[in-house]
Design a protein around this ligand. Structure first.
Ligand SMILES: [Zn+2]
Length: 497
Protein backbone atom coordinates (compact mmCIF):
# COMPACT_ATOMS: atom_id res chain seq x y z
CA UNK A 1 0.00 0.00 0.00
CA UNK A 2 1.35 3.30 -1.03
CA UNK A 3 1.42 5.81 1.73
CA UNK A 4 0.45 9.29 0.64
CA UNK A 5 3.43 11.56 0.87
CA UNK A 6 3.30 14.07 3.67
CA UNK A 7 2.67 17.60 2.42
CA UNK A 8 5.87 19.32 3.71
CA UNK A 9 8.06 16.52 2.31
CA UNK A 10 6.36 16.78 -1.04
CA UNK A 11 6.85 20.53 -1.10
CA UNK A 12 10.53 20.13 -0.28
CA UNK A 13 10.97 17.61 -3.07
CA UNK A 14 9.26 19.91 -5.56
CA UNK A 15 11.47 22.80 -4.50
CA UNK A 16 14.55 20.60 -4.82
CA UNK A 17 13.50 19.41 -8.27
CA UNK A 18 12.79 22.93 -9.37
CA UNK A 19 16.11 24.17 -8.08
CA UNK A 20 17.99 21.36 -9.80
CA UNK A 21 16.16 22.22 -13.03
CA UNK A 22 16.91 25.87 -12.36
CA UNK A 23 20.58 25.27 -11.77
CA UNK A 24 20.76 23.10 -14.89
CA UNK A 25 19.03 25.78 -16.94
CA UNK A 26 21.30 28.47 -15.56
CA UNK A 27 24.36 26.29 -16.25
CA UNK A 28 23.14 25.74 -19.81
CA UNK A 29 22.61 29.47 -20.36
CA UNK A 30 26.03 30.24 -18.86
CA UNK A 31 27.68 27.67 -21.12
CA UNK A 32 25.89 28.85 -24.25
CA UNK A 33 26.62 32.51 -23.55
CA UNK A 34 30.27 31.71 -22.81
CA UNK A 35 30.70 29.77 -26.05
CA UNK A 36 28.86 32.31 -28.19
CA UNK A 37 30.38 35.35 -26.42
CA UNK A 38 31.62 37.79 -29.01
CA UNK A 39 30.03 35.98 -31.95
CA UNK A 40 29.73 38.25 -34.91
CA UNK A 41 32.23 40.78 -33.61
CA UNK A 42 35.65 39.25 -34.09
CA UNK A 43 38.40 41.77 -34.65
CA UNK A 44 38.64 42.06 -38.37
CA UNK A 45 41.93 42.57 -40.05
CA UNK A 46 42.77 44.82 -42.94
CA UNK A 47 45.74 45.86 -45.00
CA UNK A 48 48.20 48.13 -43.24
CA UNK A 49 48.35 51.44 -45.04
CA UNK A 50 51.74 53.04 -44.95
CA UNK A 51 52.68 56.17 -46.78
CA UNK A 52 55.53 55.04 -49.01
CA UNK A 53 56.99 58.51 -49.38
CA UNK A 54 57.36 58.97 -45.63
CA UNK A 55 60.71 58.24 -44.12
CA UNK A 56 60.32 57.36 -40.42
CA UNK A 57 63.65 59.08 -39.68
CA UNK A 58 62.43 62.31 -41.27
CA UNK A 59 59.08 62.10 -39.47
CA UNK A 60 60.99 61.65 -36.22
CA UNK A 61 63.24 64.62 -36.89
CA UNK A 62 60.30 66.92 -37.62
CA UNK A 63 58.57 65.80 -34.41
CA UNK A 64 61.76 66.25 -32.41
CA UNK A 65 62.11 69.83 -33.67
CA UNK A 66 58.56 70.52 -32.44
CA UNK A 67 59.42 69.14 -28.99
CA UNK A 68 62.27 71.64 -28.69
CA UNK A 69 59.72 74.46 -28.52
CA UNK A 70 58.74 74.52 -24.86
CA UNK A 71 55.03 75.31 -25.17
CA UNK A 72 54.43 74.88 -21.46
CA UNK A 73 51.01 75.59 -19.95
CA UNK A 74 51.51 76.80 -16.44
CA UNK A 75 48.05 78.08 -15.61
CA UNK A 76 47.52 80.12 -12.48
CA UNK A 77 47.91 83.87 -12.27
CA UNK A 78 51.31 84.10 -13.95
CA UNK A 79 50.93 84.59 -17.70
CA UNK A 80 52.50 81.85 -19.75
CA UNK A 81 55.54 82.68 -21.85
CA UNK A 82 53.88 82.87 -25.26
CA UNK A 83 57.06 83.11 -27.30
CA UNK A 84 57.40 79.33 -27.74
CA UNK A 85 53.73 79.21 -28.79
CA UNK A 86 54.38 81.75 -31.56
CA UNK A 87 57.50 79.84 -32.55
CA UNK A 88 55.56 76.58 -32.65
CA UNK A 89 52.86 77.98 -34.94
CA UNK A 90 55.55 79.47 -37.19
CA UNK A 91 57.27 76.09 -37.24
CA UNK A 92 54.05 74.39 -38.36
CA UNK A 93 53.58 76.94 -41.11
CA UNK A 94 57.12 76.42 -42.40
CA UNK A 95 57.00 72.62 -42.09
CA UNK A 96 53.55 71.98 -43.56
CA UNK A 97 53.23 74.48 -46.43
CA UNK A 98 50.64 72.53 -48.42
CA UNK A 99 48.33 72.41 -45.39
CA UNK A 100 48.77 76.11 -44.74
CA UNK A 101 48.06 77.09 -48.33
CA UNK A 102 45.41 74.50 -49.17
CA UNK A 103 43.32 74.77 -46.00
CA UNK A 104 41.66 77.80 -44.49
CA UNK A 105 43.77 78.78 -41.48
CA UNK A 106 42.33 80.64 -38.48
CA UNK A 107 43.78 81.58 -35.13
CA UNK A 108 41.34 81.23 -32.27
CA UNK A 109 41.84 82.56 -28.75
CA UNK A 110 45.25 83.89 -29.67
CA UNK A 111 47.18 80.67 -30.18
CA UNK A 112 44.80 77.87 -31.03
CA UNK A 113 44.55 76.80 -34.64
CA UNK A 114 41.46 75.95 -36.66
CA UNK A 115 42.09 74.56 -40.13
CA UNK A 116 39.24 73.93 -42.57
CA UNK A 117 39.77 71.40 -45.34
CA UNK A 118 36.75 71.90 -47.57
CA UNK A 119 35.40 68.58 -48.83
CA UNK A 120 34.09 67.82 -52.32
CA UNK A 121 30.56 67.08 -51.12
CA UNK A 122 29.01 69.95 -49.17
CA UNK A 123 25.96 67.83 -48.28
CA UNK A 124 28.05 65.55 -46.02
CA UNK A 125 28.48 66.44 -42.36
CA UNK A 126 32.01 67.54 -41.49
CA UNK A 127 34.26 65.74 -39.05
CA UNK A 128 36.72 67.22 -36.56
CA UNK A 129 40.19 65.96 -35.69
CA UNK A 130 41.69 67.64 -32.65
CA UNK A 131 44.79 67.67 -30.52
CA UNK A 132 46.71 70.09 -28.34
CA UNK A 133 50.25 71.35 -28.52
CA UNK A 134 50.69 72.79 -25.06
CA UNK A 135 52.47 70.55 -22.58
CA UNK A 136 52.78 70.24 -18.82
CA UNK A 137 55.98 71.44 -17.13
CA UNK A 138 58.83 68.95 -16.95
CA UNK A 139 60.04 68.92 -13.40
CA UNK A 140 62.85 66.69 -12.35
CA UNK A 141 61.67 64.13 -9.87
CA UNK A 142 64.15 63.19 -7.15
CA UNK A 143 65.80 59.93 -8.08
CA UNK A 144 64.30 59.92 -11.58
CA UNK A 145 66.14 62.16 -13.98
CA UNK A 146 65.30 62.52 -17.65
CA UNK A 147 67.55 60.40 -19.88
CA UNK A 148 67.60 63.32 -22.32
CA UNK A 149 66.58 66.87 -21.35
CA UNK A 150 62.80 67.25 -21.77
CA UNK A 151 62.98 70.09 -24.29
CA UNK A 152 66.06 68.96 -26.21
CA UNK A 153 64.06 66.97 -28.78
CA UNK A 154 66.59 64.14 -28.92
CA UNK A 155 66.23 61.25 -31.37
CA UNK A 156 68.07 58.27 -29.93
CA UNK A 157 67.76 54.51 -29.46
CA UNK A 158 64.76 54.29 -31.76
CA UNK A 159 62.75 56.93 -29.89
CA UNK A 160 61.93 60.61 -30.05
CA UNK A 161 62.42 61.87 -26.49
CA UNK A 162 60.84 64.87 -24.85
CA UNK A 163 57.84 66.51 -23.23
CA UNK A 164 54.94 66.35 -25.68
CA UNK A 165 56.15 63.22 -27.51
CA UNK A 166 53.09 61.34 -26.26
CA UNK A 167 50.89 64.12 -24.92
CA UNK A 168 50.02 65.44 -27.45
CA UNK A 169 52.35 66.88 -30.10
CA UNK A 170 52.63 63.49 -31.79
CA UNK A 171 48.88 63.69 -32.51
CA UNK A 172 49.06 67.26 -33.83
CA UNK A 173 52.07 66.62 -36.03
CA UNK A 174 50.85 63.17 -36.99
CA UNK A 175 47.61 64.63 -38.37
CA UNK A 176 49.53 67.37 -40.21
CA UNK A 177 52.05 64.89 -41.68
CA UNK A 178 49.21 62.77 -43.07
CA UNK A 179 47.35 65.80 -44.44
CA UNK A 180 50.48 67.31 -45.99
CA UNK A 181 51.33 64.06 -47.79
CA UNK A 182 47.76 63.56 -49.01
CA UNK A 183 47.59 67.12 -50.32
CA UNK A 184 50.84 66.51 -52.20
CA UNK A 185 49.19 63.44 -53.75
CA UNK A 186 46.28 65.62 -54.90
CA UNK A 187 43.84 64.02 -52.48
CA UNK A 188 40.79 65.92 -51.30
CA UNK A 189 38.29 64.46 -48.81
CA UNK A 190 34.63 63.98 -49.67
CA UNK A 191 33.48 65.65 -46.48
CA UNK A 192 34.88 68.78 -44.90
CA UNK A 193 37.57 68.01 -42.35
CA UNK A 194 38.22 70.46 -39.52
CA UNK A 195 41.54 70.30 -37.73
CA UNK A 196 41.55 72.01 -34.33
CA UNK A 197 44.73 72.31 -32.29
CA UNK A 198 44.41 73.76 -28.79
CA UNK A 199 47.07 75.71 -26.93
CA UNK A 200 45.75 75.42 -23.36
CA UNK A 201 44.31 71.93 -22.91
CA UNK A 202 46.55 71.23 -19.93
CA UNK A 203 44.99 74.14 -18.05
CA UNK A 204 41.38 73.52 -19.03
CA UNK A 205 41.04 74.61 -22.67
CA UNK A 206 38.99 77.69 -21.87
CA UNK A 207 40.81 79.96 -24.35
CA UNK A 208 41.37 77.25 -26.95
CA UNK A 209 38.97 74.37 -27.50
CA UNK A 210 36.09 76.17 -25.81
CA UNK A 211 36.39 79.14 -28.18
CA UNK A 212 36.92 76.91 -31.23
CA UNK A 213 33.72 75.07 -30.33
CA UNK A 214 31.89 78.37 -29.86
CA UNK A 215 33.06 79.61 -33.25
CA UNK A 216 31.93 76.42 -34.95
CA UNK A 217 28.59 76.58 -33.16
CA UNK A 218 28.11 80.21 -34.26
CA UNK A 219 28.63 79.07 -37.85
CA UNK A 220 26.08 76.31 -37.43
CA UNK A 221 28.70 73.61 -37.97
CA UNK A 222 27.35 70.27 -36.78
CA UNK A 223 30.09 67.67 -37.14
CA UNK A 224 29.15 64.01 -37.55
CA UNK A 225 31.87 63.10 -35.10
CA UNK A 226 35.05 64.32 -33.46
CA UNK A 227 38.31 62.57 -32.66
CA UNK A 228 40.57 63.78 -29.83
CA UNK A 229 43.32 62.30 -27.67
CA UNK A 230 42.39 60.17 -24.68
CA UNK A 231 42.63 56.55 -25.83
CA UNK A 232 45.42 54.39 -27.18
CA UNK A 233 46.62 50.93 -28.03
CA UNK A 234 47.43 49.24 -24.75
CA UNK A 235 49.80 46.29 -24.62
CA UNK A 236 49.84 44.18 -21.50
CA UNK A 237 47.73 46.70 -19.65
CA UNK A 238 44.27 45.09 -19.74
CA UNK A 239 44.39 42.13 -17.33
CA UNK A 240 43.65 38.73 -18.83
CA UNK A 241 44.05 39.78 -22.48
CA UNK A 242 47.32 38.94 -24.22
CA UNK A 243 46.52 40.72 -27.51
CA UNK A 244 47.00 44.49 -27.58
CA UNK A 245 43.74 46.29 -26.79
CA UNK A 246 43.05 49.49 -28.71
CA UNK A 247 40.81 51.57 -26.50
CA UNK A 248 38.74 54.03 -28.48
CA UNK A 249 37.17 55.86 -25.58
CA UNK A 250 33.53 56.79 -26.06
CA UNK A 251 33.02 58.34 -22.65
CA UNK A 252 34.93 60.33 -20.09
CA UNK A 253 34.39 61.14 -16.46
CA UNK A 254 33.17 64.38 -14.99
CA UNK A 255 35.02 66.42 -12.40
CA UNK A 256 34.12 67.98 -9.07
CA UNK A 257 36.23 69.33 -6.22
CA UNK A 258 34.31 69.96 -3.02
CA UNK A 259 35.50 71.76 0.04
CA UNK A 260 34.24 70.56 3.41
CA UNK A 261 34.40 73.22 6.11
CA UNK A 262 33.98 72.76 9.87
CA UNK A 263 33.99 75.62 12.36
CA UNK A 264 34.21 75.96 16.13
CA UNK A 265 34.79 78.76 18.60
CA UNK A 266 38.51 78.30 19.05
CA UNK A 267 40.39 79.37 22.15
CA UNK A 268 43.24 77.92 24.17
CA UNK A 269 44.03 74.24 23.71
CA UNK A 270 44.28 73.77 27.49
CA UNK A 271 40.48 73.94 27.77
CA UNK A 272 39.10 72.32 24.62
CA UNK A 273 35.34 71.93 24.07
CA UNK A 274 33.92 68.45 23.53
CA UNK A 275 33.92 68.98 19.76
CA UNK A 276 36.56 70.84 17.77
CA UNK A 277 36.64 71.96 14.13
CA UNK A 278 39.46 69.50 13.47
CA UNK A 279 37.57 66.63 15.07
CA UNK A 280 34.33 67.39 13.20
CA UNK A 281 36.13 67.60 9.89
CA UNK A 282 38.12 64.44 10.50
CA UNK A 283 34.94 62.52 11.24
CA UNK A 284 33.27 63.92 8.10
CA UNK A 285 36.15 62.80 5.87
CA UNK A 286 36.24 59.38 7.50
CA UNK A 287 32.48 58.94 6.96
CA UNK A 288 32.81 60.00 3.35
CA UNK A 289 35.57 57.49 2.67
CA UNK A 290 33.59 54.79 4.38
CA UNK A 291 30.62 55.43 2.10
CA UNK A 292 31.93 55.67 -1.46
CA UNK A 293 29.48 55.97 -4.33
CA UNK A 294 28.37 52.50 -5.40
CA UNK A 295 30.01 50.53 -8.20
CA UNK A 296 28.08 49.75 -11.35
CA UNK A 297 28.74 48.42 -14.82
CA UNK A 298 27.41 51.25 -16.97
CA UNK A 299 26.68 51.00 -20.70
CA UNK A 300 30.23 51.98 -21.71
CA UNK A 301 31.87 49.42 -19.43
CA UNK A 302 29.38 46.82 -20.64
CA UNK A 303 30.36 47.53 -24.26
CA UNK A 304 34.05 47.35 -23.34
CA UNK A 305 33.64 44.05 -21.50
CA UNK A 306 31.69 42.66 -24.46
CA UNK A 307 34.62 43.55 -26.72
CA UNK A 308 37.48 42.23 -24.58
CA UNK A 309 35.67 39.33 -22.89
CA UNK A 310 35.87 36.96 -25.88
CA UNK A 311 39.67 37.42 -25.85
CA UNK A 312 39.97 36.14 -22.31
CA UNK A 313 40.52 32.62 -21.05
CA UNK A 314 38.13 30.75 -18.81
CA UNK A 315 36.88 31.43 -16.19
CA UNK A 316 37.06 35.19 -16.84
CA UNK A 317 35.35 34.67 -20.17
CA UNK A 318 32.45 32.84 -18.51
CA UNK A 319 32.11 35.58 -15.90
CA UNK A 320 32.04 38.35 -18.50
CA UNK A 321 29.67 36.47 -20.80
CA UNK A 322 27.23 36.03 -17.94
CA UNK A 323 27.16 39.36 -16.22
CA UNK A 324 23.39 38.89 -15.69
CA UNK A 325 24.47 36.28 -13.13
CA UNK A 326 28.06 37.17 -12.19
CA UNK A 327 27.93 40.97 -12.43
CA UNK A 328 28.83 41.25 -8.75
CA UNK A 329 31.90 39.06 -9.26
CA UNK A 330 33.00 41.08 -12.28
CA UNK A 331 32.68 44.26 -10.23
CA UNK A 332 34.74 42.68 -7.44
CA UNK A 333 37.51 41.42 -9.72
CA UNK A 334 37.70 44.61 -11.79
CA UNK A 335 37.31 46.85 -8.78
CA UNK A 336 40.19 45.21 -6.90
CA UNK A 337 42.72 47.64 -8.39
CA UNK A 338 42.37 51.41 -8.11
CA UNK A 339 42.51 51.73 -11.92
CA UNK A 340 39.73 49.16 -12.35
CA UNK A 341 37.68 50.61 -9.52
CA UNK A 342 37.85 54.04 -11.19
CA UNK A 343 36.06 52.56 -14.22
CA UNK A 344 33.16 51.36 -12.09
CA UNK A 345 32.24 54.24 -9.87
CA UNK A 346 32.45 57.93 -9.14
CA UNK A 347 35.65 58.08 -7.14
CA UNK A 348 36.14 59.94 -3.85
CA UNK A 349 39.63 61.31 -3.23
CA UNK A 350 40.40 63.55 -0.24
CA UNK A 351 43.38 65.57 -1.46
CA UNK A 352 43.96 68.54 0.86
CA UNK A 353 43.56 69.36 4.55
CA UNK A 354 43.99 72.68 6.23
CA UNK A 355 43.45 73.78 9.85
CA UNK A 356 45.14 75.56 12.69
CA UNK A 357 48.07 77.91 13.07
CA UNK A 358 49.74 76.84 16.30
CA UNK A 359 50.02 73.70 18.39
CA UNK A 360 48.36 75.24 21.48
CA UNK A 361 45.58 77.18 19.72
CA UNK A 362 42.26 75.61 18.78
CA UNK A 363 41.49 75.97 15.09
CA UNK A 364 38.38 78.01 14.41
CA UNK A 365 38.08 76.51 10.97
CA UNK A 366 39.15 73.23 9.35
CA UNK A 367 38.91 72.57 5.64
CA UNK A 368 39.27 69.48 3.47
CA UNK A 369 39.24 69.30 -0.30
CA UNK A 370 37.79 66.17 -1.85
CA UNK A 371 38.08 65.47 -5.56
CA UNK A 372 35.43 63.42 -7.32
CA UNK A 373 35.61 61.94 -10.83
CA UNK A 374 32.07 61.33 -11.99
CA UNK A 375 30.98 58.19 -13.77
CA UNK A 376 28.77 58.93 -16.82
CA UNK A 377 25.21 58.85 -15.53
CA UNK A 378 26.10 60.57 -12.25
CA UNK A 379 25.64 64.31 -11.82
CA UNK A 380 27.42 67.03 -9.87
CA UNK A 381 24.19 67.72 -7.97
CA UNK A 382 23.73 64.04 -7.16
CA UNK A 383 27.29 63.70 -5.86
CA UNK A 384 26.89 66.73 -3.59
CA UNK A 385 23.68 65.20 -2.23
CA UNK A 386 25.50 61.91 -1.64
CA UNK A 387 28.22 63.75 0.29
CA UNK A 388 25.60 65.52 2.39
CA UNK A 389 24.02 62.20 3.33
CA UNK A 390 27.29 60.37 3.91
CA UNK A 391 28.70 63.11 6.13
CA UNK A 392 25.32 63.41 7.87
CA UNK A 393 26.31 66.49 9.84
CA UNK A 394 24.63 69.85 9.14
CA UNK A 395 27.57 71.63 10.79
CA UNK A 396 29.80 70.67 7.86
CA UNK A 397 29.50 73.23 5.09
CA UNK A 398 29.91 71.95 1.52
CA UNK A 399 31.05 74.18 -1.29
CA UNK A 400 32.36 73.42 -4.78
CA UNK A 401 35.83 74.88 -5.37
CA UNK A 402 34.66 75.84 -8.85
CA UNK A 403 31.69 74.73 -10.93
CA UNK A 404 32.02 70.98 -11.49
CA UNK A 405 31.88 69.53 -14.98
CA UNK A 406 29.25 66.92 -15.74
CA UNK A 407 30.41 63.83 -17.63
CA UNK A 408 29.66 64.41 -21.32
CA UNK A 409 27.06 62.07 -22.83
CA UNK A 410 28.59 58.76 -23.90
CA UNK A 411 29.06 58.15 -27.61
CA UNK A 412 27.22 55.26 -29.24
CA UNK A 413 29.83 52.55 -29.97
CA UNK A 414 27.64 51.40 -32.87
CA UNK A 415 27.62 54.86 -34.43
CA UNK A 416 29.33 56.00 -37.60
CA UNK A 417 32.16 57.78 -35.79
CA UNK A 418 33.22 54.78 -33.75
CA UNK A 419 32.94 52.45 -36.72
CA UNK A 420 35.07 54.72 -38.92
CA UNK A 421 37.79 55.22 -36.32
CA UNK A 422 37.75 51.54 -35.33
CA UNK A 423 38.19 50.50 -38.96
CA UNK A 424 41.27 52.70 -39.30
CA UNK A 425 42.62 51.33 -36.01
CA UNK A 426 42.09 47.74 -37.16
CA UNK A 427 43.76 48.48 -40.46
CA UNK A 428 46.77 49.94 -38.66
CA UNK A 429 46.99 47.42 -35.79
CA UNK A 430 45.55 44.20 -37.24
CA UNK A 431 46.79 42.30 -34.17
CA UNK A 432 44.80 44.44 -31.72
CA UNK A 433 41.34 44.05 -30.24
CA UNK A 434 39.39 47.28 -30.65
CA UNK A 435 37.18 48.15 -27.70
CA UNK A 436 35.10 51.16 -26.71
CA UNK A 437 36.17 52.46 -23.33
CA UNK A 438 35.86 55.03 -20.59
CA UNK A 439 38.54 57.65 -20.02
CA UNK A 440 39.00 58.31 -16.31
CA UNK A 441 40.68 61.66 -16.95
CA UNK A 442 39.28 64.70 -18.76
CA UNK A 443 40.26 66.17 -22.15
CA UNK A 444 39.37 69.13 -24.36
CA UNK A 445 36.69 66.86 -25.85
CA UNK A 446 34.07 68.01 -23.37
CA UNK A 447 34.12 71.53 -24.87
CA UNK A 448 32.73 70.06 -28.08
CA UNK A 449 29.95 68.11 -26.40
CA UNK A 450 27.24 70.49 -27.60
CA UNK A 451 28.37 70.22 -31.25
CA UNK A 452 28.12 66.49 -31.76
CA UNK A 453 26.90 63.39 -29.93
CA UNK A 454 29.81 61.35 -31.26
CA UNK A 455 32.98 62.20 -29.34
CA UNK A 456 35.80 59.72 -29.80
CA UNK A 457 39.07 59.63 -27.91
CA UNK A 458 41.99 57.81 -29.45
CA UNK A 459 45.55 58.63 -30.33
CA UNK A 460 47.65 56.27 -32.44
CA UNK A 461 50.17 55.21 -29.84
CA UNK A 462 51.00 51.91 -28.17
CA UNK A 463 51.67 51.96 -24.45
CA UNK A 464 52.85 49.16 -22.20
CA UNK A 465 52.52 49.04 -18.40
CA UNK A 466 55.83 50.88 -17.93
CA UNK A 467 54.81 53.68 -20.30
CA UNK A 468 51.78 54.90 -18.38
CA UNK A 469 53.97 56.87 -15.95
CA UNK A 470 55.61 58.73 -18.86
CA UNK A 471 52.44 60.81 -19.38
CA UNK A 472 53.11 64.04 -17.50
CA UNK A 473 56.11 62.14 -16.06
CA UNK A 474 59.78 61.58 -16.66
CA UNK A 475 61.20 60.25 -19.96
CA UNK A 476 58.17 60.89 -22.15
CA UNK A 477 59.00 59.40 -25.55
CA UNK A 478 57.56 57.79 -28.66
CA UNK A 479 59.06 55.00 -30.76
CA UNK A 480 60.05 56.15 -34.24
CA UNK A 481 58.38 53.16 -35.92
CA UNK A 482 55.35 53.66 -33.69
CA UNK A 483 55.08 57.30 -34.67
CA UNK A 484 55.31 56.41 -38.37
CA UNK A 485 52.55 53.87 -37.78
CA UNK A 486 50.47 56.58 -36.15
CA UNK A 487 50.89 58.83 -39.17
CA UNK A 488 49.73 55.87 -41.24
CA UNK A 489 46.63 55.66 -39.04
CA UNK A 490 45.73 59.30 -39.70
CA UNK A 491 46.41 58.81 -43.40
CA UNK A 492 44.06 55.82 -43.49
CA UNK A 493 41.46 57.73 -41.54
CA UNK A 494 41.59 60.80 -43.83
CA UNK A 495 41.52 58.64 -46.94
CA UNK A 496 38.11 57.35 -45.87
CA UNK A 497 36.61 60.78 -45.26
ZN1 LIG B 1 46.84 65.69 -23.58
Amino acid sequence: MKRPMKRPVKRLLIIAALSIAGVAAVAAVVAVRTVTFGDGSPHETGAVVVAPEMEPAELAERLAAALRLATVSTGGAVAADLEPFDAFLAYLEATYPAVHSGLRVERVGGHSLLLTWVGDDATLEPVVLTGHYDVVPARSVAGAEWTHPPFAGVVADGYVWGRGAMDDKSSVLGILEAAEALLADGFNPQRTVLLAFGHDEEVGGRDGARLVAERLAARGVAPAWLLDEGGMVTDGVVPGVTAPVALVNVAEKGFLSLELVARSTGGHSSMPPRETAVGLLGRAVARLEARPLPRRIGPTMAAMLDAIGPEMDLPARALLANRWLFGWAVERVFGASPSGDALLRTTTAPTMLRAGVKDNVLATEARATVNFRLLPGDTVEGVIEHVRQAVDDPRIELRPLRPGSEPPPATDPDGEGFRTVAAAVRATWPEAVVAPGLLVATTDTRHYASLTRQLLRFQPLTVGPEDVARFHGVDERIGIAEYARGVGFYRRLLLGL
